[in-house]
Design a protein around this ligand. Structure first.
Ligand SMILES: NC(=O)c1ccc[n+]([C@@H]2O[C@H](COP(=O)([O-])OP(=O)(O)OC[C@H]3O[C@@H](n4cnc5c(N)ncnc54)[C@H](OP(=O)(O)O)[C@@H]3O)[C@@H](O)[C@H]2O)c1
Length: 307
């Protein structure tokens, strides 16, 4: 059994990782209160004692908090990963570090019609060249993206065995984010504001961890993009969620990104994974199939055991 350490263990991706990896590995999941990745000495001490073969760094400061607390963003998203990579290298461990589509500026992409007041902007079907790959230079537009891009570089510089896993708009159980809660809120008859003018790949956390395990078993250290197939806006995601739970689309209020978000977001950042293609891995299922799976699992969990 390989010993595996997960940092930032109370988060969305970390919890799914733990649940899937525990079936085969000796997993030690450390929450923020158990290991602060900014504390370099603590990271070294913990790795020296536990001697993991693989470390998954899931600790992060999110997009809007990065904008209001740039010093904390730099500490957790840059210095923290750097500490982890150096400590891992000193014991010969592999690092898996998560990153984001928000390292890109989102300035490319197909032509998008100017949105009419009453309906969302519609994009042309995306061409392969509209997807960001590892061949594209990071050019972040917000503090989160800047610190994540720097964090990637710090990890690669300090550890030879580094897997950088960029993912995008992750949804799954247990997070109070728009993507994670939209279906349930619509099912409850709540009104939902949904951004209509930014596009990205979206990713079911269960699929993310499945694909990550495939990559770790057949691939080497590199930068990978792990996302479900297809592209959407938050509004399109909400409309699909409404269809799946049988809710009226009138509960969805399309809004512009600038009215809802504090930190600026890149406009168009769908991704595809050249490294996975090179390894012969098939594209991941379409996000609508992944969302249907997520929604059906939520419904199953909501049924009381007595029924
Ligand atoms: N969720 C997405 O949509 C998405 C999209 C693209 C990329 N990613 C990437 O995926 C990774 C995981 O994201 P996530 O959404 O699962 O994160 P999350 O749910 O926000 O969880 C992040 C965790 O990091 C912990 N943390 C914060 N500061 C820490 C520190 N100094 N030391 C140790 N732990 C600390 C937090 O604990 P406290 O709350 O106790 O501080 C929290 O449990 C990140 O690298 C992120 O950039 C996520």
């Amino acid at each position: 059994m390989a010993r595996t350490v997960i940092t930032g263990a109370a988060g969305l991706v970390a919890r799914e990782l733990r649940s899937q990896l525990e079936r085969k590995d000796d997993v030690i999941a450390l929450s923020h209160s158990e290991l602060d990745i900014v504390d370099e000495a603590a990271v070294r001490r913990v790795f020296r004692v536990l001697r993991p073969a693989v470390v998954f760094n899931c600790a992060v400061i999110g997009v809007d908090e990065c904008e209001s607390r740039p010093d904390l963003a730099r500490a957790v998203n840059v210095a923290g990963p750097s500490n982890i990579a150096a400590a891992a290298a000193s014991i010969g461990a592999t690092v898996v570090h998560f990153s984001t589509n928000y390292v890109f500026d989102g300035a490319r992409g197909p032509a998008i019609e100017a949105p009419a007041a009453s309906r969302p902007g519609r994009q042309q079907p995306a061409a392969a060249s509209d997807f960001y790959t590892i061949g594209d230079e990071p050019r972040p537009v917000n503090v989160y993206g800047k610190t994540k891009a720097e964090g990637e570089r710090a990890v690669i510089e300090r550890c030879d065995r580094a897997f950088i896993i960029r993912t995008s708009w992750v949804f799954g159980h247990g997070k109070e984010s728009f993507l994670a809660t939209a279906a349930q809120r619509l099912r409850n008859g709540e009104r939902v504001k949904a951004i209509r003018d930014i596009w990205a790949s979206t990713t079911y956390v269960v699929d993310l961890v499945h694909r990550l395990q495939e990559i770790l078993s057949v691939g080497g250290p590199a930068t990978y993009h792990i996302v479900n197939s297809g592209t959407c806006t938050y509004e399109e995601f909400a409309r699909e969620a409404a269809r799946l739970v049988g809710s009226a689309e009138s509960f969805i209020e399309p809004v512009s990104e600038s009215t809802l978000m504090r930190a600026p977001r890149p406009r168009y950042t769908p991704m595809r994974c050249l490294e996975s293609e090179r390894l012969g891995l098939l594209p991941m299922r379409h996000w609508t199939a992944a969302l249907a799976d997520y929604v059906s699992k939520g419904r199953a969990q909501a049924i009381p055991p007595s029924l």
